[in-house]
Design a protein around this ligand. Structure first.
Ligand SMILES: C[S@@+](CC[C@H](N)C(=O)[O-])C[C@H]1O[C@@H](n2cnc3c(N)ncnc32)[C@H](O)[C@@H]1O
Length: 470
């Protein structure tokens, strides 16, 4: 049974809908790689009117269009749509300046160790092993160069800092260096890795946040503080200036229990609070998995022997982490099959290939690990509920992603029914908006303090403190 949420933690927003109503918005924004607009919820609540957005995939953008009806949504490949994005933005600006370019190019092409490979290939005169998807920063910077936003905010995986692309002249350059060069000396800023749990998000999610600005107050702040990120509000350890990390328990408490053993017990009356059922074998692995552990370490249910070797992984000679192949599936004392993930191969039951993070229960007392598009798959990393026999429901995922703090309807503007798969993908590829809002609120507050250049910011900013989880 879930225990009550920690005292003082209020997972609901102080105000569900922003005090910044459309008519009061004074700052202008353009959103690229918008997907369904999860990050844009933060941008909007920080007081930006998102004039134009671009996203390649129609099903995601239809969700955005429903939730942001006043935005001109341009659906299509950014390479092809650059001209239309620019001209529509200029039209919607109607003589005003563009305050923010918010761009979140996809991260599938960002490699942890691609830099060395790329450099040696380029030096050896071979064709560089480039991932074209990383070059989406090129049209982004083309747009920035022409629209000259007061501020550029990019969000991506930390690997972006090390990812190399070929620039217009075929030279290998890191994405941060490329961004700085394209923006030119008028802009000041940099990139920083941010842990979103440090801003009260019940999820550990590290992202590279890049901010550049040509606005005086922000440049001044950067010159003195050398950072444009807000001070963290939460931390893993109890510190005088921070509150403890918000945990999974805090986030999902109070929802009815579910059980993946049958269709009846896997659903509830609460919208989106339902989970996929597990077949009998998988359910057996899961129901025998203790809190905080993986089903790969389960012990014998037949004789009670609790010292069968646990699953482990180790680095091979090439330095690659590999799961052990010698972890037993049968009890060393009585020979019975252990409730560990297994498959049938050539008529024999064998341990499934997988790391100890697969079929693992998440901890109640920490933030969740980063939600991915696989959040409904028990076999994926750290996806089991802390104590119930199931994965997280979508409703719980919304809370862990801080979506419950915003008005967001899971509906498409074109009326087409939305699949759970699209919802999972959209969540897995976005950042929790409350974490991003800590940053966008901080940036707008820097300008508000300076009373310029966003002149009419005064009364608006007074209303703009982010809803804070206690
Ligand atoms: C990391 S996700 C963006 C997340 C989004 N900002 C949010 O808050 O939910 C990147 C998005 O870029 C889109 N994308 C990929 N290639 C694109 C292209 N060539 N043109 C436009 N959008 C593209 C993907 O479909 C994906 O939705």
């Amino acid at each position: 049974m879930a225990t009550p949420a920690r005292r003082g933690y209020n997972p609901k927003p102080v105000e569900k809908h922003s005090l910044v109503r459309m008519g009061q918005m004074t700052r202008t924004a353009l959103s690229l790689f918008t997907s369904a607009g999860i990050g844009d919820l933060a941008v909007r609540r920080s007081g930006f009117d998102i004039l134009v957005s671009n996203e390649k995939l129609a099903d995601r953008h239809a969700l955005f269009a429903y939730n942001f009806p006043a935005t001109t949504a341009i659906t299509g490949d950014v390479w092809r749509e650059v001209g239309r994005i620019e001209s529509e933005t200029v039209r919607r600006l109607a003589g005003r300046e563009l305050d923010l370019l918010y761009a979140t190019p996809p991260c599938q092409g960002m490699s942890k160790n691609g830099q060395g490979k790329l450099l040696s290939a380029v030096r050896a005169g071979r064709k560089a092993p480039l991932d074209e998807r990383n070059r989406l920063i090129v049209p982004t910077m083309d747009i920035a160069e022409r629209l000259r936003p007061r501020m550029v905010l990019l969000e991506n995986v930390p690997e972006m800092a090390k990812t190399l692309i070929l620039d217009e002249r075929g030279r290998a350059v890191s994405i941060p260096d490329y961004v700085e060069r394209r923006l030119g000396p008028e802009y000041v800023g940099g990139a920083e890795v941010v842990e979103f749990a440090d801003y009260g998000v019940p999820q550990c999610r590290r992202r590279l946040i890049t901010v550049y600005s040509r606005s005086g107050p922000i440049k001044d702040r950067y010159a003195t503080a050398r950072t444009l990120m807000p001070p963290r509000t939460h931390s893993a350890e109890a510190l005088p200036d921070t509150r403890p990390w918000v945990t999974v328990r805090d986030a999902i408490a109070g929802l009815p229990p579910l059980d993946a053993g049958s269709r009846a017990s896997a659903t509830s009356d609460v919208p989106f609070h339902r989970v996929p059922t597990l077949d009998t074998m998988k359910y057996w692995w899961v129901e025998n998995t203790p809190p905080g552990r993986s089903a790969f370490d389960n012990q014998c249910q037949a004789c009670g022997f609790a010292h069968n070797p646990k699953h482990c992984s180790a680095r091979d000679r090439a330095g690659i982490n590999r799961a052990s192949r010698s972890t037993p599936l049968f009890c060393g004392r009585c020979g019975a099959m252990l409730p560990r993930p297994s498959v049938e191969r050539d008529g024999k039951r064998e341990l499934m290939h997988g790391y100890t993070s697969a079929y693992k229960r998440m901890s109640y007392d920490r933030p969740a690990s980063a939600l991915t598009r696989n959040l409904s798959y028990a076999c994926s990393d750290n996806k089991l509920h802390p104590e119930q026999n199931r994965v997280l429901s979508l409703r719980e995922a919304f809370r862990i992603h801080t979506l419950d703090r915003y008005d967001y309807a899971w509906r498409r503007a074109d009326g087409v029914k939305l699949s759970d798969k699209t919802i999972r993908e959209v969540i897995g590829e976005s950042i929790p908006p409350a974490g991003l809002q800590a940053i966008t609120d901080h940036l707008t507050a820097i300008c508000a303090d300076a009373k310029s250049p966003w002149e009419d910011a005064g009364p608006l900013f007074a209303l703009q403190n982010s809803p804070s989880p206690a």
